[in-house]
Design a protein around this ligand. Sequence first.
Ligand code: SAH
Ligand code: SF4
Ligand code: F3S
Length: 454
Amino acid sequence: MTAASRRYHITTFGCQMNKADSERMAGILETMGFEWAEQPDDADLILYNTCTIRDNAEQKVYSYLGRQAIRKQTQPDLTLIVAGCVAQQEGEQLLRRVPELDLVMGPQHANRLQDLLEDVFSGNQVVATEPLHIMEDITKPRRDSTVTAWVNVIYGCNERCTYCVVPNVRGVEQSRTPEAIRAEIEALAQQGFKEITLLGQNIDAYGRDLPGSTPEGRHQHTLTDLLYYIHDVPGIERIRFATSHPRYFTERLIRACAELPKVCEHFHIPFQSGDNELLKAMARGYTHEKYRRIIDTIRHYMPDASISADAIVGFPGETDAQFERTLKLVDELSFDLVNTAAYSPRPNTPAALWDNQVSEAVKTDRLQQLNRLVSTKATERSERYRGRIEEVLVEAQNTKDPTQVMGRTRSNRLTFFPGDIATMQGKLINVKITEVRAFSLTGVQPLAAPIALV
Ligand code: SAH
Ligand code: SF4
Ligand code: F3S
């Protein structure tokens, strides 16, 4: 069978980095002549781009994989690939566990998919997990959206948070040059994209591995400098970035966000815990006081800014009193959204080996308590939108109600309103908010002001 008649399906787990990698790998497959298959069972090549941040994410991959491995027994020309973070973590062991696999490839190898597949098609079972300098993109990604796009600015992470697998599976920090990033954004603008999100696991580390420093000793290419450098790309209307690390978040960055009109007033800054001893055990490098100062400073410059975060409950040694401090922080800071998770011990991370693990029952109970509070606070935060006019960038049809379209406010709130996607996609439209929920809004287009009769 030639590549021209072959079809592929990609299933993506995990974070935005994985989504961005999947789009690039899809681009490579299409350049090779593969066509997208909506159903995995119709595809001749199946790629799982995997996540291992918590155990349940990893287990999900094995259950999906098991089904396709069975299919391969009756369809030997099926190509089965595991990419991403589980691939990097497990490497060769994955072949022992699932011998039907053709290719196991870590995240740093995403751009090499064509070379690796050529090796597979010449009859080899391939494992690509050695550390690599990531090549500049050579292929046009197949983007899921025509309106909003991810732009990687820094790969990897040099932090050593004691719970986290990311540095093991994504490798050391590698920043792309400002020129390469700007060139990608200019190309996106020409294709009609309106919004970009700059991506990095620790985006505040951007540039510290690039050569050059300022007379004050600061490295020359900070995230703040990058925002100024890319801000004027014509056609791009909105700029976002994620994920921010409180340890490196600067007032200079906050001022740039306030000053640059395209940069949206939305910040994703995980705090993980509201207790200083736990933050220390996590090796996060900040206190809850410092975190609060950051949020205060953001709200000083941008009073309406929306703030989201991540938090972990049941980290080893977490006492009731320490957990209460996380609740207190959430209560006092009023987040727009908090992604919460019960601590999950991960392979080759320090905290997994400690003997003060918290029981699953306690973790579940704390998670429920925290989720209830998060949702109450988010509902309160949503109230401020009621009756207001918000600028919404229309992305797609509302899948649940085709008479409506969906988009996001500058603050990243999902918003639905009646409209026709054919004429509205990619447009910035003012919407009057009529209904508010914890994490989404509904509105209508305000009637045009009546023309005064003279
Ligand atoms: N780079 C980002 C987060 C990356 S992982 C940061 O520094 O904040 C995304 C989120 O998953 C983390 O913020 C954390 O809340 C959660 N997480 C990571 N490892 C985890 C683990 N072992 N157990 C539970 N949650 C975890
Ligand atoms: Fe993981 Fe910490 Fe790096 Fe975030 S900063 S990816 S939590 S090690
Ligand atoms: Fe998961 Fe890898 Fe992202 S472990 S959260 S897909 S960096």
